[in-house]
Design a protein around this ligand. Sequence first.
Ligand code: NAP
Length: 269
Amino acid sequence: MSDKILGFIGAGNMAGAIINGIVGTKTFPAKRIFVYDINKDKCEALEQKTGIQAVSSIKQLTEECDIIFLAVKPQNFAEVLASVKPAVDEKTLFVSIAAGISTKYITDSLACGCPVIRTMPNTPLLIGKGATALSRTANVADEDFQLVLSLFSACGTVTVLDESRMNAVISVNSSSPAYIYLFAKAMLDSAVSQGIDAEVALQLICQTLEGSAEMLRQPDLTPEALIKMVSSPGGTTLKALDVFYEHHFEQMVDEAMKACTKRAEELGK
Ligand SMILES: NC(=O)c1ccc[n+]([C@@H]2O[C@H](COP(=O)([O-])OP(=O)(O)OC[C@H]3O[C@@H](n4cnc5c(N)ncnc54)[C@H](OP(=O)(O)O)[C@@H]3O)[C@@H](O)[C@H]2O)c1
């Protein structure tokens, strides 16, 4: 196992999910993970829950750690990078999880030629079912990249992408749990309005989502083929689909995903 020391700046939802995942699966020892957050309570809560070590300043964290995860909101990047800059050199590896922030923005802000891995995880990481996309600058050592891949693999699947796709991918794996929950909520509300018990409906919807995802993974089964499989001529499904098509469902999803990507581009400016 690597002897590197990991540091997290930001102890929020995503940092908590990643740390829980890597510590819970024993992929990386808690005692070699440090965390700093301006909110001391969040830091201490994460320390107590996972056994990692909370530190009281960014300076201390940067001095202790070889690999620093930038786990704050994109809006806080400028201040965080300014605080980190005096204490880092080209040996420190940065791993960003922020929407929209490019590796160039990070390297330009730090002005030290440090290697950067840009990642886009999602909240199902919390239960080990995440989907993380990653890209890296050319100077990231293979060994370090493999270590970071192994950390995210402990919390779900990993996919390596060219950085030019890292804004668009947010609409695919990272913001998308929210669209799926919105769809599930709408189904749940309709089920209840039709007299089905909410708990029963939720179980049926969750199992249907899981089963449908598993069917989508089967080789040779396209979304179109699977829709056809459910749609008997003159049957109930076609009536439901007619309503979706009347409301231009696919166009709505396309517009929503492109709005997501556009916002990532704005956040990066
Ligand atoms: N949530 C998602 O589904 C998701 C998915 C993929 C990627 N991401 C990315 O993950 C990053 C973190 O998101 P999150 O949802 O985990 O946010 P979060 O829960 O708000 O966590 C960010 C933490 O950083 C702290 N912070 C703010 N300024 C700081 C500073 N200068 N130094 C140290 N800590 C500071 C915040 O404290 P305060 O709360 O006191 O400000 C907060 O505790 C974002 O860049 C986001 O784009 C999120």
